[in-house]
Design a protein around this ligand. Sequence first.
Ligand code: ADP
Ligand code: MG
Ligand code: ZN
Length: 375
Amino acid sequence: MEFEPVIGLEVHAQLKTKTKIFCGCSTSFGAPPNTHVCPVCLGMPGVLPVLNKKVVEYTIRMALATSCKIAGESRWARKNYFYPDLPKGYQISQYELPIAEFGHIDIKAGEKSKRIGITRIHMEEDAGKLIHDPGRPVSRVDLNRTGVPLMEIVSEPDMRTPEEAGEYLRSLRSIVRYLGICDGNMEEGSFRCDANVSIRPKGTIPFGTRAEIKNLNSFKNVEKALYYEIGRQKELIMEGGNVVQETRLWNPEKNRTGAMRGKEEAHDYRYFPDPDLLPLVVDEKWVADVKKALPELPAAKQARFIKDYKLPGEDAARLTSSRALADYFESCLTHFPSPKPVSNWIPGQRQQRHRGDCCKNPGTLPGRGRRLSKR
Ligand code: ADP
Ligand code: MG
Ligand code: ZN
């Protein structure tokens, strides 16, 4: 029997605001444990959260960039669970009424483009961090991250291959970076992804039971984990078994997923509207102002490079992989207005390392400096 995978991704993007979502504590990374905390983010009794307006503005940027419908009024909810890194015993999130829904982005799928639906985008606070002592049965708690703003982007189950999932993630990351709202670093955890995957016999309509995979801290791991999990589900079904709905952890050393826990359901969290926070009202004027200030996005820039500079699609994709690289290309053009040769001189972002050679030896270009100067 031939099976078709069905994939939907949940992405948590850490928003690059100076302060936390409901208090004035710093969000900067790497401070000594428990130094960026206050009664609000420590969940002390008798304190009240105050919403950081920047968090909302950044989320509106993302909602506009992904063609979402922005809710004039959305609501904060408490998601209740116990864990030592969550001092309040609940996480403030959005549930029934998120700030944005019904969006989409277009990704590259082979030669064609494919539209992936965005179910919803909502804001929430991050939890703290547990540090497990490898030598002793001791865990420590660092609450600096508690209350750091996150934006969760939930996709429709529209992807059909691990490559499409990778492409979707890369596109999302490129958008948040262009918007300047998240640094998009998967390895450091500022851009995290949980992957939901099921399989169904090819040609049938109902979805199969999904597994949710966590602990995916690189693009490569997302694709590898999906491959593994699709294979595991196929084997299971071919042997007459059933996929159970559960959360599985990717193990990058063993290159496999392992069962972590039964999948929790919404009712397990006893969501209810947070009585400490008013419903969030976003007026049209604010949305219009944010829209006016949006930068040119990767897809539009790519199309413009193809049209205006007569560049091949591949060149345009490479040059627009980051805003900095695209700006660099265009500023080169002001000195040397020949798009294709300039494009040929500029390597892709991954290889690009500014070693300073180009500044010391004018005439060489970043990343190529070493090779050109034959040292
Ligand atoms: P939860 O918090 O329970 O994981 P969400 O609604 O936040 O629920 O996320 C569900 C994710 O799983 C979405 O990205 C959705 O597209 C995806 N999904 C839902 N059903 C399936 C399925 N049968 N197979 C694969 N992915 C699915
Ligand atoms: Mg989930
Ligand atoms: Zn605080």
